[in-house]
Design a protein around this ligand. Structure first.
Ligand code: PMP
Length: 278
């Protein structure tokens, strides 16, 4: 397996960055995670568009054209033995003397690696997963896919220490998102997700689920959702590149719906699998 770092393809153990990289010093960078099925990136266009939005949002000049990005990723993918992979790519502002404001002349650091894509097992999907609630104490630019992930790390650690899959976060009583996933509430046949604003990362699965709902005649709404509505859901789900869609059947000490994956989940999961292989 090879990684790409600043123009070179090399092994992960050889790859080095200077300690003054602003990714290391300030968390000054952005990233992407792209799922690969059968050696093909899934929703590549949407992931590229989000990468470009992230770079734009923090004023890092895009170091590559979309074509170039795709070619670099392809080369890293080709060197990996797995057919199903998760591509991780990261761009930081680059290496410069430590000072907070943007340095004048600096070259972005570009890193691409890939790993086998390990999806939730059939057993996990059949049983559903448990989550815990927590107050969302992250910053107010959650729409940027920033590598500064301390808030998400603490939320994930809270879930790990609670022995569950994810933390589901709320800001002042309103649902935001999981530690590394978007959250979906089903009530009376309608699937709802929080608005796409600065309080959540718009997952690539956000648009995908919306499309799948349209195709299958499932009513879909983006709107603010209270904590009470989450607990009272008929079905609850989380989505991400590496989890696809997972049913949440327990939240804190409470059972969600009837405690088993529901019909909308089953329908969306099947539609997701069909879209992957289309
Ligand atoms: N929100 C957060 C905070 C995340 O880390 C992720 C996963 N990267 C998502 C949502 C879901 O995004 P995607 O569907 O693109 O994986």
């Amino acid at each position: 397996a090879l990684v790409y770092l600043n123009g070179e393809f090399q092994s992960l153990s050889e790859a080095r960055i200077p300690v003054l990289d602003r990714g290391f010093i300030f968390g000054d960078g952005i990233y992407e995670v792209i799922p690969v099925y059968g050696r093909k990136m899934f929703r590549a266009k949407q992931h590229m568009a989000r990468l470009f939005r992230s770079l734009d949002a923090i004023g890092i000049p895009n170091p590559h054209s979309e074509e170039n990005w795709m070619a670099l990723i392809q080369k890293v993918m080709d060197a990996h033995p797995s057919d199903d992979q998760m591509v991780y790519l990261q761009v930081t502002r680059g290496v410069a003397k430590r000072a907070h404001a943007f340095p004048k002349e600096v070259t972005p650091t570009v890193f691409i690696m890939t790993n086998p894509l390990v999806l939730p097992s059939a057993q996990v999907r059949a049983d559903g997963v448990a989550c815990v609630t927590m107050e969302d104490r992250r910053w107010l630019h959650c729409e940027i896919k920033s590598i500064s992930l301390l808030g998400n790390v603490l939320a994930a650690q809270h879930a790990a220490e609670s022995g569950v899959t994810e933390s589901i976060q709320f800001r002042d009583g309103w649902l935001t998102e999981g530690s590394s996933s978007n959250v979906w509430v089903v009530k009376n046949g309608v699937i709802m997700g929080p608005p796409k604003d600065h309080l959540i990362l718009e997952g690539i699965r956000y648009g995908l689920l919306q499309e799948l709902c349209e195709q299958h005649g499932i009513p879909f709404e983006s709107r603010k959702i209270t904590q009470e509505e989450v607990f009272a859901a008929d079905e609850l789900m989380i989505s991400s590149a590496t989890k696809e869609i997972l049913p949440v059947v327990r939240l804190d000490a409470q059972t969600i719906g009837n405690g088993a994956p529901g019909p909308i989940y089953q329908q969306l999961y099947a539609a997701y699998q069909a879209a992957k292989h289309a």
